[in-house]
Design a protein around this ligand. Structure first.
Ligand code: SAM
Ligand code: SF4
Length: 447
């Protein structure tokens, strides 16, 4: 069996023609966007997309390691590919955060993997795959650097897309592995972002989410995040723009004002709270207090009354007491988030918090269900409040059991019992709510 080698030298792509690739993505929107970047690079090298992994010669598994559960799922999935790999000539690549973090383990324990790529090495995926096909070798590249994938524009055919505006993170929240596996924060040139957005709008994309681990830290030359938003809002008046993820410590009033003044920037704010207790927030190294967080929400709602505010919360951080957890529950009830992603704390080796003693599982799970139940009631209440009101939705496609599914400006899914062309922006009147899903009826179509 050939050994893995670390190399960055370009290889010939003449063998690429007619070979097909398939990409399976685990994890967050950033990974989904990265998979599209890899797909574009592979196509630029002459590889063709396959409809499934069974029809593919090259299979890329793009992995996540933010929580132990994500890591275990990806590892189990890759282990299950031993049979897929048995067909002669097939190339198996593992990319993403898990590949970055556990390259040696993967190469040792899953020897049938041919290519291991960290998040800053995708630019070379086409050359590497061609070289593996030609030389029957194995490659690991997990060097982290300044990569922003400038100049690579996705050619997608969906109506909603993602464009990354920065990569990496330098915040070092004490529980989080991202700064270690994605490197320090760096911003992509504003001109290049604008060009990709123009390229996507020409292909019919109607809704773009700008991505970064902390978009509020965006800074390239003299352009900060508010400036960037302002500039991008002018690319196409009908293009909906949104962004993910914001950090409460850096969200400034200037950005709120830009959103208020530009109708095509959606009034959706995903602002991870993580905890409603100041001692825990400090231990997490979040660099804001619950008072500062609340003041920011209050300011946003004062300026933009129909703002949709969603959040992330971690339950059971080491040493979190019952009283401290109840402060989180109380803050969730007070703020009434439109939605919340709730996670049980997961120890990530190498992070600062991994040295703190963990709480016991039953306590963490009980707290998690209490928080989920609290938020579910609020989410249901919010959906009920939509009844009788009109919302602008972008039709993204059909929904299970319904003719069409659309997304509001506040990032809420609405279903419609009428077949409507994906890409249509239409107003709907909310007639009913099933579970947490509002059911709309079209009142006006304009695109
Ligand atoms: N950069 C964003 C931020 O600051 O929120 C998102 C990063 S992370 C990929 C998404 C969410 O995962 C975080 O907001 C946090 O709630 C959660 N998360 C990160 N590390 C975690 C851990 N060790 N255990 C549980 N949840 C975690
Ligand atoms: Fe992780 Fe914190 Fe950076 Fe978000 S801001 S990616 S939670 S270190």
């Amino acid at each position: 069996m050939p050994q893995y080698v670390v190399r960055d030298q370009a290889a010939s792509s003449r063998l690429a023609m007619k070979k097909k690739f398939f990409i399976k993505t685990f994890g967050c929107q950033m990974n989904k966007s990265d998979s599209l970047i890899m797909a574009q690079i592979l196509m630029d090298h002459g590889f063709l997309p396959a409809a499934s992994r069974d029809k593919a010669d090259i299979f890329v598994v793009n992995t996540c390691t933010v929580r132990a559960h994500a890591e275990n799922r990806a590892l189990a999935y890759i282990s299950g590919l031993r049979n897929w790999k048995q067909k002669v000539g097939r190339v198996l690549a593992v990319a993403g955060c898990l590949a970055q973090d556990r390259a040696n383990d993967i190469s040792r324990k899953l020897g049938f993997v041919d290519l291991i790529l960290g998040p800053d090495s995708y630019r070379k995926i086409g050359d590497y795959v061609a070289h593996i096909i030609e030389a029957n070798t194995k490659i690991i590249d997990t060097k982290l650097g300044n990569e922003t994938y400038h100049g690579i524009y996705q050619s997608i055919s969906q109506v909603s897309g993602f464009v990354s505006i920065m990569r990496g993170c330098s915040n070092y929240c004490s529980y989080c592995v991202v700064p270690y596996v994605r490197g320090r924060a760096r911003s992509r040139p504003a001109d290049d972002i604008q060009h990709e957005i123009m390229h996507l709008t020409e292909r019919g994309v109607k809704d773009i989410t700008l991505l970064g681990q902390n978009v509020n830290e965006y800074n390239y030359g003299n352009v900060d995040f508010a400036d960037l938003l302002m500039r991008l809002s002018k690319v196409q008046k009908s293009l909906r723009l949104r962004f993910l993820t914001s950090h409460p410590k850096d969200f400034d009033k200037k950005t709120v004002q830009v959103i208020k003044k530009h109708p095509n920037i959606c009034e959706w704010f995903h602002l991870p709270l993580q905890s409603g207790n100041n001692r825990v927030l400090e231990l997490m190294n979040r660099q804001y207090t619950k008072e500062k967080y609340y003041t920011l929400i209050d300011y946003i709602r004062g300026e933009i009354p129909n703002a949709s505010i969603t959040t992330d919360i971690i339950v059971g951080f080491p040493s979190e007491t019952e009283e401290e957890f109840q402060e989180t529950v109380a803050l969730v009830k007070k703020i009434k988030f439109d939605d919340a992603y709730t996670y049980r704390y997961s120890t990530r080796p190498g992070t600062k918090a991994s040295h703190l003693p963990s709480l016991d599982d039953p306590t963490i799970l009980r707290r998690l269900s209490e928080l989920i139940e609290t938020q579910n009631k609020i989410t249901k209440e919010k959906a009920e409040q939509m009844k009788g009101k009109e919302y602008e939705i972008l039709i993204e496609g059909p929904a299970r059991g319904h003719a069409s599914r659309g997304k509001t400006r506040g990032n809420k899914d609405v279903v419609v019992e009428e077949r409507i062309e994906p890409g249509t922006i239409t107003n709907v009147l909310i007639k009913d709510v099933k579970g947490h899903t509002p059911i709309g009826e079209v009142v006006d179509k304009d695109t």
